[in-house]
Design a protein around this ligand. Structure first.
Ligand SMILES: *Cc1c(COP(=O)(O)O)cnc(C)c1O
Length: 352
């Protein structure tokens, strides 16, 4: 502690979901994909020429940028690649906000935003969600700030702002930057990424961690106007100029190429999400509408904190926050039908 800077002493780090070492848990707490990555990822890694690891990788991961640009229908200059999308989000705080130019976000959203703001000394403006957990875009529009961080679908609620409504919002704040965190967008089927061609104030951030089943590889990206990508590059090159390793870049490009596998596994997760929703509602739980790979469920016969603790005793991990407004909900990742059946069986016992 005595060696810590004032910043290190004052910051409250983000707490990630538990990653238990033993295999006894049905793990539905960190929104990982229940299916393995595309077989093409394994092929790309197995055939990677290891002698190349002697060299530094391309600093901007240009081959992967090109692969992403093709999928998103944009150009290389519109793409920035990062070590997990968390890194792109962090660099966006550093590049576009400061102690005078505030970042605005919801009271209930990805809890990393407030940590990044503290890390980079960014002023914040927090706007409460509405009573039904919908984003209050009207209040956000009026907020005195330099821009926004909006998770869409939101986390941990899963609620989606439809693309049309989001476009109206982006168009209504041309002087402010809108950073859309679309970590779960493949499960809602609605992305705003194509809008970056039309709105120079829009930056869309995506990840390989969720729909591509590659949380372990740590890769994400941002798409936006070249000026915004340039801002992220300035920060990257002032911090870690080679954030994406060569094996990672090859694996992610291979995953992008297998659209058939991606679409199929996304469809399986979405179908299972709706089955799980009906089952949870059947157990008397309130389940928020979700466009993601998780459900926010609670307000049941037993308090959510107790449900979380008793599920854990039974070997099933879900995520719980003892925080205002959301303390009577658990966030449950959609698993395989088999895993979800185990969850449902335990829940039935706990709630009866
Ligand atoms: C999972 C998640 C991310 C992505 O994290 P990675 O660093 O890409 O693994 C970003 N935003 C939200 C809201 C998330 O839930």
């Amino acid at each position: 502690m005595e060696f810590y800077s004032r910043r290190a002493r004052s910051i409250t780090p983000y707490t990630a979901g538990e990653q238990p070492k033993s295999g006894i848990y049905v793990k539905l707490n960190t929104n990982e994909n229940p299916y393995p990555p595309s077989p093409r990822v394994a092929e790309a890694i197995a055939s990677f020429p290891c002698e190349n690891l002697r060299r530094y990788p391309n600093p901007d991961a240009d081959d992967l940028r090109d692969a992403i640009a093709r999928v998103e229908g944009v150009s290389r200059e519109n793409v920035f690649v990062s070590n997990g999308s968390d890194e792109a989000l962090a660099l966006a705080f550093a590049a576009f906000f400061d102690d005078e130019r505030a970042a605005c976000f919801a009271d209930v959203t990805y809890s990393f935003y407030e940590v990044f703001a503290a890390m980079f000394g960014v002023k914040t403006h927090v706007v409460p969600l509405q009573e039904d957990f919908a984003l209050d875009l009207a209040a956000m529009r009026e907020a005195e700030c330099g821009g926004y961080f909006i998770a869409n679908p939101n986390a941990p609620t899963g609620i989606v702002v439809p693309a049309g409504e989001m476009e109206q919002f982006i168009a209504s704040v041309p002087q402010k930057l809108v950073v859309l965190d679309e970590a779960y967008t493949d499960f809602s089927g609605e992305t705003c990424a194509p809008l970056i061609q039309k709105y120079p104030n829009l930056l869309v951030i995506k990840t390989f961690s969720k729909s591509h089943s590659l949380a372990g590889i740590r890769c994400g990206y941002a798409v936006g106007a070249p000026a915004l990508i340039g801002g992220l590059m300035r920060m990257k090159n002032s911090f870690n100029s080679y954030p994406v390793d060569a094996v990672c870049a090859a694996a992610c490009a291979a995953s992008l190429a297998d659209t058939e596998y991606h679409d199929r596994t996304v469809r399986l997760v979405v179908e299972e999400r709706e089955r799980l929703r009906r089952a949870l509602e059947g157990l008397g739980m309130t389940v928020l509408p979700s466009g993601s790979n998780f459900l926010f469920a609670g307000r049941a016969a037993v308090p959510a904190g107790e449900i979380y603790a008793r599920l854990k005793e039974e070997g099933v991990l879900v995520r719980y926050w003892n925080r205002p407004r959301i303390s009577d909900f658990c966030r449950i990742t959609v698993g395989t039908p088999q895993d979800d059946d185990i969850l449902l069986e335990k829940l039935k016992k706990i709630l009866s």
